[in-house]
Design a protein. Sequence first.
Length: 325
Amino acid sequence: MRVLVTGAAGYIGSVTARLLLSRGHEIEILDDLSTGHRGALPSGIVWHHGRLQDRNLLEKIFARPFDAVLHFAAFSLVAESMVDPLRYYRNNVAGTLQLIERVVAGGARRVVFSSSAAVYGEPAAVPIREDAPLQPVNTYGRTKLAMEWALADAARTAGFAAVALRYFNAAGADGDLGEDHRPETHLVPRLLRSLLDPSEEFAVFGNDYPTPDGTCIRDYIHVSDLAEAHLLALLWAEEPGFTALNLGTERGHSVQEIVTVAARITGQALSPPVRGRRTGDPARLVASSEQARRLLGWQPRRSDLESLLADAWRWHRTHPRGYTA
């Protein structure tokens, strides 16, 4: 299959792009490196250095038709999205609209979109099912939902297949591909980087939640399992229309569990300071993946904490300064 991958210099996009190549697909990449890394791109592929908002570039890229598009390109910092919302709407929503226009005009029949469980906001019940109310509580989540709506309407009227994959916390590493965001806001890399650089403090935000150990519970998925889900969705997406699928462990892990297993994996004593709760942090966010398992045949194979943290720790030790090392 001939596939355009947007955002393939990013964390999940890079792992998925390499998986596509290993399975014999022909890919081209669109990425402006605003949040990704040149070192994460596979060698020997066609890379278009630019943005989704560049209409002329998109017309040039789609001059040769694609069978499918995998869409990862988006800004994703929740706090930043609340400070500068229009920047997120310009990049995430307006850029996606440009891409959809080219999909419709260029005849690609399949689109797999890297969405987010942020579209649910603070759910009334967990594990979260796909039919839960869509009530995002931040601008990032609202842009993801707007992108889903645009895809759904376009797929319905233009007759292509679109799948949105919703998940919470990607983690782990795949060989020489790992997680390197600037600034870093995710728990696992922040914790591991604090062990390698004393200037990077790690703290637990709240230990008085109604959970077994008092710390927040989140759904962590190994990046390799997420990449596999994107490929399975790409192969499954044949019937025109829109489908949203959650990806999760259906169990989740607490912050304290992460700290405990990380101490065992790294061989270092860990007793991070405890700070007050962060505003808007729900006690437990776990996604049901029943639909993805049933429709795609997807099974998370490396998302146990030991595998996930061991892979992440191996990458951070060999990349103490991320891709700049």
